[in-house]
Design a protein around this ligand. Structure first.
Ligand code: SF4
Ligand code: SF4
Length: 287
């Protein structure tokens, strides 16, 4: 069973909830698909047993033994990745889109395209089972592809180790990496917070999960910070036929747990919020 935890925007507490879900098991695969800002490895400190490079877009590189500093490539690069720096033509690899145009137009044939192998796919053991995550190189944009690699690896590990449940911590938003995260999963949990922007993002996210016909649940995090908006979210979900899985109160200890490299379940196993999270997870598993 694959359970994806996503949110319309960052900062809703999605990763804390994923970490708490993962800590409810002794044998789980945890896939951190928030590849632009993977953070669960910081909490769970997995012992890495496999590490591979993921080739992203190519980057342009100048061979200065051939370059005459004519500046032609600067005029052609529409991503403004090439500039004069102290009188010398240089390429900023963060801005380079890998379009190859400069390598084609350089009169001296001084530019070649090289693989950007900085993206990483890592997997290993952690205290609740197996963990997989990706690290996208700075400036890399093809995070959808890396998300797919993380998910494929997680499924393979689950099969090899007879593990039934995969928890996926997804990226925020509704873009390509989120679509890659939720495609084909069994359950999607959308974490939201009670505010106007939270409501707006939730609606967009639910439109997305509806279009994929996925079993979707909503968790309202910090619901007590704005009860009026929480009620509106519940009303909206009821109207749309979406189950509100849990309403979690604001609890500063969640942040304290993260600071101490623990999930809230590990940090305060008897806390009220942990009981609510447990009930929520059981609802999904027994659905
Ligand atoms: S076009 Fe080629 S030769 Fe001219 S500055 Fe660029 S890299 Fe150098
Ligand atoms: S490959 Fe394209 S984006 Fe990169 S430096 Fe060359 S022209 Fe610019």
């Amino acid at each position: 069973m694959e359970i994806a935890v996503i949110s319309g925007k960052g900062g809703t507490g999605k990763s804390s909830i994923s970490a708490a879900f993962a800590s409810e098991h002794d044998k789980i695969v945890l896939a951190d698909c928030d590849v632009d800002a993977a953070n669960l490895y910081i909490i769970f400190e997995p012992e890495i047993t496999e590490k591979s490079s993921f080739i992203g877009a190519q980057k342009a590189e100048i061979d200065y033994s051939k370059c005459t500093n004519c500046g032609t490539c600067i005029d052609y690069c529409r991503f403004d990745a090439i500039k004069f720096d102290n009188g010398k033509v240089v390429i900023n690899e963060i801005f380079c889109d890998g379009c190859k145009l400069c390598s084609r137009i350089c009169p001296e044939n001084a530019i070649s395209m090289i693989d950007n192998a900085e993206n990483l796919l890592l997997s290993g053991n952690f205290r609740h089972g197996k963990m997989v995550y990706g690290r996208l190189a700075p400036g890399e944009e093809n995070s959808g592809r890396l998300v797919n690699l993380v998910r494929d690896k997680a499924k393979k590990i689950a099969e090899q180790n007879n593990i039934e449940t995969i928890i996926i911590d997804g990226p925020p938003g509704i873009g390509c990496p989120v679509i890659s995260t939720i495609t084909g999963v069994d359950h999607v949990v959308v974490v939201t917070e009670p505010s106007l922007s939270g409501m707006h993002d939730l609606k967009r996210t639910l439109e997305l999960t509806n279009s994929f016909n996925l079993k979707t649940w909503v968790i309202i995090n910090k619901f007590d910070l704005n009860s009026e908006f929480s009620d509106k979210i519940v009303e909206y979900c009821n109207h749309e036929g979406i189950d509100v899985l849990a309403k979690l109160p604001y609890d500063k200890q969640i942040v304290d747990a993260m600071v101490n490299c623990k999930s809230i379940t590990e940090y305060l196993p008897d806390a009220e919020i942990v009981k609510i999270i447990k009930i929520a997870l059981n609802k999904i598993i027994n659905f």
